[in-house]
Design a protein around this ligand. Structure first.
Ligand SMILES: Nc1ncnc2c1ncn2[C@@H]1O[C@H](COP(=O)(O)OP(=O)(O)OP(=O)(O)O)[C@@H](O)[C@H]1O
Length: 265
């Protein structure tokens, strides 16, 4: 390695305390290796994108990091605590929360009600729908703050079923924020969105990323370039490249992986 290589490698490396780390992370599905010895380091306060062609292993990696599936091999740590093999709720207790690609809202409940119930659930009350309005009022202030944070104040009392797609995704983001996570994992936050909603979501993620560590998966390279400090590119379950967006965007291996995908499309 030349001196120049070393300098650019240092530029690409995450700085500061490591918030989320994986070593040799591997997942086999009945003999098929979907994730192969992945090493990942996400620094505290960093916005980190996971990208890669379809089937690269991004969702599987997300599921491993949040305990939804157990690794075949390897370790995961959050702020130095080993969380390998722990259950999703135990990992959430370590300050890691995730959003899902598929919306999971209740059509009849309003954004405010969703948040009040989520906040009550966190406070140990469980998601009890028969709780009195008075009990839920305790959470109203915080619920309203979260509704405002994601730009839904004007729709706070509208049934979620009546919200537009982008607004539903914003509400889901608020539900993740309600957990006040140190590390936030967002699975395709702009999937299926039109241009305006994509721009709104970029702004939203920027705002909520302040003081947090964010890892997100997205196919939209404009979103990745706008938000990510560092990018990890996966290909067939392995890390193909990592570094700043500018670095990986011009990496010949990354270009050919994406061109390969296009020629199969
Ligand atoms: N439960 C499972 N059983 C068997 N194979 C699986 C399972 N989950 C994922 N796979 C396989 O693992 C590979 C990686 O899938 P994964 O969904 O993680 O990719 P991805 O990068 O998220 O793709 P996409 O961008 O299309 O969402 C794929 O070949 C997929 O078919």
């Amino acid at each position: 390695m030349t001196h120049a290589d070393l300098e650019t490698a240092a530029e690409d490396a995450p700085r500061g305390t490591v918030a989320l780390s994986a070593r040799g992370l591997t997942k086999d599905f009945r003999g098929f290796r979907a994730v192969k010895e992945v090493d990942l380091d996400v620094a505290e306060g960093e916005v980190h994108a996971l990208v890669g062609p379809n089937g690269a292993g991004k969702t599987t990696l997300f599921n491993l990091l949040t305990g939804f599936i157990k690794p075949t091999a390897g370790t995961i740590t959050v702020h130095g605590t080993d969380i390998t093999g722990k259950l999703p709720e135990q990992i959430a207790h370590e300050g890691v929360a995730r959003s899902f690609q598929i919306t999971s809202l209740f059509d009849n409940l309003t954004p405010r009600e969703h948040l009040e119930l989520a906040l009550q659930g966190m406070a140990g009350g469980g998601m009890r729908f028969w709780r009195s309005d008075r009990t839920l009022l305790r959470y109203r202030g915080r619920a309203d703050e979260l509704v405002e944070q994601v730009g839904l104040t004007a729709l706070a009392d509208r049934p979620a079923g009546e919200l537009a797609y982008g607004q539903k995704r914003a509400l889901e983001m608020a539900l993740v924020l309600a957990l006040d996570p140190k590390v936030m994992l967002l699975d395709e936050p702009t999937a299926g969105m039109g241009r305006e909603d994509v721009e709104r979501t970029i702004e939203l993620v920027r705002r909520i990323a302040a003081g947090r560590t964010v890892v997100f998966v997205d196919h939209n390279m404009h979103v990745v370039g706008s938000l990510a400090h560092h990018v990890t590119v996966l290909m067939a379950g392995e890390v193909l490249a990592r570094g700043t967006y500018e670095r990986v965007r011009t990496d010949p291996r990354v270009i050919s992986a994406y061109l390969g995908e296009e020629s199969h499309a």
